[in-house]
Design a protein around this ligand. Sequence first.
Ligand code: ZN
Length: 157
Amino acid sequence: MEIFLPKEVAYKLTKALDKAGSKEIGGILMGEYISEAVYRIKDLTIQSDGGTYSFFERIVEGISNPLQQFFQKTKYDFTRFNYLGEWHSHPNFAPYPSSTDCKSMWEIVEDSSVGANFAILMIVRLDYIQCLEGTITVFLSGHKMFKGTLIQEEPSS
Ligand SMILES: [Zn+2]
């Protein structure tokens, strides 16, 4: 699976990561379906509370408004624009999912009220020259997971 990250979203993320320092932050990803197994991150929420040096917990109530706004903006075209998954930062560790991260992602894909047949987890951090780096892991029900590719887009102009 390929996940495109537009420049403006990358910029928003970089600023938030810089501000959060060594504390983990995160949120949800709102995506656009491009083609089979290709998506673009259209927007994301940034929750700066709830994280520590080595842990991030997303507050569930914090997402329904931004998601509703996203659905409204994209005219309820759910097949094209929908919830794509979660993201959080690993400022102090390599950007790979921990066992706790995997467990919470499988809970999301197995939660019938979420209604997603897969969810991605993007883990990001700033490298030693303050550049954004990240990984994508795709989670499916039945405790399956596989690696995806994060592609940072160049500005279109
Ligand atoms: Zn983590």
